[in-house]
Ligand binder design. Structure first.
Ligand code: C2E
Ligand code: CA
Ligand code: CA
Ligand code: CA
Length: 276
């Protein structure tokens, strides 16, 4: 009898494990990974449209799970937001990015992603100021990317936080532009320097003529407002040609010129190009 009970328990535990497993396990591991600062950063270069010079890089979080392998930030960032621990991750990203950028040639900037939650709490101002200070990095070399969905919550708080950071010298980019709601209304409400045009505009650029009209419209509007334009997700020569021919980009970030890479590779590429 004893033995049978034990087997039943094992079966019960197994089925519980299957339900509990994946997501719950990931949450536990994510909390631990953030606590122990196990995430790293990959850097994706932003080029001039000719592809001959690098202006800076976007810092992209990377998590190498010890058993599951690499996990996409598109999966764990939303999870960290949901768990209320995103600001701990942001803190690490700010710190690491500032430390890394301080070691680069001084003409290169670093761009980091802020979450909705970060823009709802004024503490982010001190977190960033402190990281700049400790790493002796000029505020002008730090760019902050904010998404439209990140601003949906308390627009007034976000606006006030971003204004302060902008006044310190950082530049502010609106990310994934063109994917959210009432995008246009943010353009003159926020202290922006740059617009990052979402990949969805680019991926259909060469099949759908109306996409080019949209892109040209967005570019015109952004320039009227004095904003710099970063075009994201450029993958093919055809896309690149359309973007260049129509003068749609100040900077290009996409696989065609460079994937996200470890810092060493990024610095090497940037210095090689700057030597001509
Ligand atoms: P994002 O901010 O829009 O970052 C750009 C994403 O597009 C990156 O994906 C990048 O690898 C990818 N990408 C760049 N060029 C191309 C291209 O030519 N083709 C295609 N198909 N994709 C391209 P990644 O690194 O997987 O990051 C996904 C998202 O996770 C980011 O989207 C961002 O929203 C979020 N994320 C990443 N790191 C952080 C972070 O440190 N903090 C926060 N809050 N979010 C982050
Ligand atoms: Ca981004
Ligand atoms: Ca983006
Ligand atoms: Ca995105």
């Amino acid at each position: 009898a004893k033995r049978r009970d034990k087997n039943r328990w094992v079966l019960f535990e197994e089925s519980m494990n299957q339900q509990y497993s994946a997501r719950q396990r990931l949450k536990v591991d994510l909390r631990e990974a953030i606590r122990t600062q196990s995430m790293t950063l990959a850097y994706q270069p932003m080029f001039n449209p000719q592809g001959t010079r690098i202006a800076g890089a976007e810092a992209l979080s990377r998590w190498l799970h010890p058993e599951l392998g690499p996990i996409s930030p598109a999966d764990y960032i939303p999870l960290a937001e949901e768990m209320g621990i995103i600001s701990d991750l942001t803190r690490c990203v700010v710190d690491q990015a500032a430390r890394d950028c301080a070691s680069w040639p001084s003409n290169l900037f670093v761009s980091i992603n802020l979450s909705a939650h970060d823009l709802g709490d004024r503490e982010i101002i001190a977190v960033i100021a402190d990281a700049l200070d400790r790493n002796n990095l000029a505020a002008e070399r730090l760019q902050l990317e904010v998404t439209e969905s990140g601003l949906m919550g308390e627009l007034e708080t976000a606006r006030s936080i971003l204004s302060e950071l902008r006044a310190m010298g950082m530049s502010i980019a609106i990310d994934d532009f063109g994917t959210g709601y009432s995008s246009l209304s943010y353009l003159d409400k926020l202290p922006l320097n740059k617009v990052k045009i979402d990949r969805s505009f680019i991926s259909e650029l060469t099949d759908d003529p109306s996409k080019l009209k949209l892109l040209r419209g967005v570019v015109h509007l952004s320039r009227e407002l004095g904003l710099e334009i970063v075009v994201e997700g450029v993958e093919t020569q055809e896309q690149l040609k359309v973007i260049r021919d129509n003068n749609c980009a100040d900077l290009i970030q996409g696989y065609i010129f460079g994937m996200p890479m470890p810092m060493g590779a990024f610095v090497e590429l940037a210095t090689t190009l700057s030597r001509g």
